[in-house]
Design a protein around this ligand. Structure first.
Ligand code: ZN
Length: 120
């Protein structure tokens, strides 16, 4: 099976897995693109990668689910209260920005800034 140039509108997990295996086996380093949703054929059974063959980075706008065995990195580099950059060994807390029935949105802040500010 050759490397696919196009993908069908609704690709199954099994088809996707075969395409990925074919792609990896060809040692081609150019990225593949898809123009449709990637949906597994059943709920909460399929995996993406494995403990011995994992992806290096996953880029996404939003991530829903539980993160296991994970370090946490933030793209917020500045404390929104004091407006100073975070430095190694500083303690951080989370400031809740918004609440809904489904989630809370937070940003990291210095613990000292949170304590100084108090609950509002
Ligand atoms: Zn601060």
């Amino acid at each position: 099976m050759g490397r696919p140039n196009t993908f069908p509108p609704k690709i199954t997990y099994v088809q996707w897995n075969q395409l990925v295996e074919d792609y990896i086996s060809q040692s081609d380093t150019s990225p593949q693109t898809i123009s449709s949703d990637l949906v597994p054929d059943s709920n909460t059974i399929r995996n993406l990668g494995s403990s011995s063959n994992s992806f290096n980075e996953v880029h996404a706008k939003d991530f829903y689910g539980a993160a296991h065995y994970s370090d946490v990195y933030f793209t917020d580099l500045v404390c929104p209260i004091c407006e100073k950059k975070f430095k190694p060994n500083e303690l951080i807390a989370f400031l809740v920005l918004s609440c809904s029935d489904k989630e809370i949105r937070t940003v990291p802040v210095h613990v000292k800034c949170a304590m100084r500010r108090g609950a509002k």
